[in-house]
Design a protein around this ligand. Structure first.
Ligand SMILES: CSC[C@H]1O[C@@H](n2cnc3c(O)ncnc32)[C@H](O)[C@@H]1O
Ligand SMILES: [Zn+2]
Length: 468
């Protein structure tokens, strides 16, 4: 009998001590608002760690822990948990060049080169249809597409950019949003001076916003005078905001510039004093070695847009040369009128394949490099390398979860190759920006899809009537 008394005593003491240790462990655990656990975590950190399985802990807007599920469970107590078993967790994708409202021109003016597409279809259509309501409805539609496709940050250039900003905030996305400057009269400014005043007001309004980074967006060297280009640059530098510009997109653009002033568009920007770390050049297809050197020395960045470059037959950007020169190069879709979608998975796949086939070298643009362009290199290109593009503690919690259990993603030997070469935007199940779940199980929480689609449909009717 006494033996049973002793055993019971020991058991009670053991339970008491164990319980107390568990309590102490729970007390010691850091509170997390969200833990995503059980999936393959592709960190895109400096060590390019892939944790299979892994877990990511989020507190408020930031990532606070990354490790194995057991490690994260031991260190964090989660208010909410997302089970990512059978899925891949990675940094949200960064689209470094688009014109969000142009989704409303999707499918308009196909099979044309840039000059004809712009001057015969797009500029005239914009002249008749762009309004604040158009921009708001278009951006909502674009935001819905981007959230569904795993884009968490986008760089935009358009008119009435405050409408883009409001729709972006409503959707919960992150945006680097550039108010357009162009020399000829447009819907939101009759003169470049009016455009500059509007841009200044836009920058002032969003300067302290959490999700919106305002930017100055002179269209290109071929649509602006030297004086307006320099005024745009002065404003961007004075306000410490990005300067977004189309750069050397077509052979014609480069040849016209050489004929007009004996300088390539890039050398012209350098001469005017615009090249700097605040400048993000979209496309950068035709730069030669001297131009790339200028960009690298100025610490300016490039956005590569392979699908638009293919559709408009603009050419093939020298991606390998930019990387070798140390230029920060991100990936973009361009507007949906020249792509014709905003799917960054599609952009990754096409970026890789285009480089391989034109270089005749399958080792060019490997999957890891291309995923870097869509994440950490894109973050560097927009000057946010310290905040975005990697799953590491201290960075913002912009995270996506991709379901890899679909037939077209099985079997999975190499998660990065699978994402770049086989995944589609529609495989994204969860999209998180700044710690907020914008979409879970493919249900977008911040936008009402039927209303967004209905408003877009109404706007499309106006476009149809205007371009008839
Ligand atoms: C300041 S950008 C807004 C302006 O740019 C036009 N646009 C759209 N796509 C392209 C492109 O690939 N190259 C040049 N310009 C483009 C858009 O229609 C707006 O008018
Ligand atoms: Zn563009």
């Amino acid at each position: 009998m006494w033996r049973w008394v002793v055993v019971a005593g020991i058991a009670a003491a053991w339970l008491y001590v164990g319980g107390r240790n568990a309590d102490l462990r729970a007390q010691a655990r850091q509170p997390a608002t969200l833990v995503i656990t059980g999936g393959t975590v592709i960190t895109m950190d400096d060590a390019r760690r892939v944790l299979a399985p892994g877990a990511v802990a989020v507190a408020g807007t930031d990532i606070v822990g990354v490790g194995t599920p057991a490690d994260v469970a031991a260190r964090f107590s989660a208010a909410e948990t997302i089970d990512a078993t059978g899925q891949v967790v990675l940094p949200g994708l960064i689209n470094t060049h688009t014109h969000a409202p142009m989704v409303l021109y999707r499918g308009l003016g196909n099979d044309l080169n840039l000059q004809d597409w712009l001057t015969k279809y797009i500029f005239p259509a914009e002249g008749k249809t762009v309004s604040p309501e158009f921009v708001r409805a278009g951006t909502r539609l674009a935001a819905l597409e981007m959230i569904l496709g795993g884009t968490t940050t986008f760089v935009d250039m358009y008119y009435f950019e405050e409408e883009v900003a409001e729709a972006t905030r409503e959707a919960g996305l992150r945006g680097v949003l550039g108010q357009t400057l162009i020399q000829f009269p447009v819907a939101d400014a009759k003169t470049p001076e009016e455009g500059l005043a509007r841009t200044r007001a836009f920058v002032a309004r969003y300067k302290s916003d959490t999700l919106v980074t305002p930017a100055v967006a002179p269209h290109s060297t071929y649509t602006l005078s030297a004086a307006t280009l320099q005024a745009a640059d002065r404003l961007a530098r004075e306000q410490h905001v990005p300067l977004l510009i189309h750069l050397e997109e077509t052979r014609t653009e480069r040849e016209d510039s050489l004929k007009a002033r004996g300088l390539t568009p890039t050398a012209y920007l350098a001469k005017l004093g615009l090249l700097g770390r605040h400048l993000l050049g979209a496309h950068g297809v035709w730069l030669g070695p001297d131009d790339i050197r200028l960009v690298a020395e100025a610490h300016a960045s490039i956005s590569h847009n392979p699908e638009s470059n293919m559709k408009l037959a603009s050419g093939v950007a020298p991606v390998g040369e930019y990387v070798a020169a140390g230029v920060a190069i991100g990936l973009g879709t361009d507007g949906a009128a020249s792509n014709n979608d905003l799917d960054m998975f599609e952009a990754m796949r096409q970026a890789a394949f285009l480089q391989k086939v034109t270089r005749g070298d399958p080792t060019t643009a490997p999957a890891t490099l291309v995923l870097e362009m869509a994440t950490r290199r894109g973050a560097e290109a927009i000057g946010m390398g310290d905040r975005l593009g990697q799953l590491t503690p201290g960075r913002r919690a912009d995270v996506i979860v991709v379901d890899t259990r679909a037939p077209h993603l099985q079997p999975m030997f190499d998660p990065i190759a699978q994402l770049v070469y086989a995944a589609k935007g529609s495989d994204v199940r969860t999209t998180i920006v700044n710690g907020r779940v914008l979409m879970h199980d493919r249900v977008v929480k911040t936008l009402q899809a039927p209303a967004v689609l209905g408003d877009a449909q109404k706007m499309a009717e106006r476009v149809r009537a205007a371009v008839r």
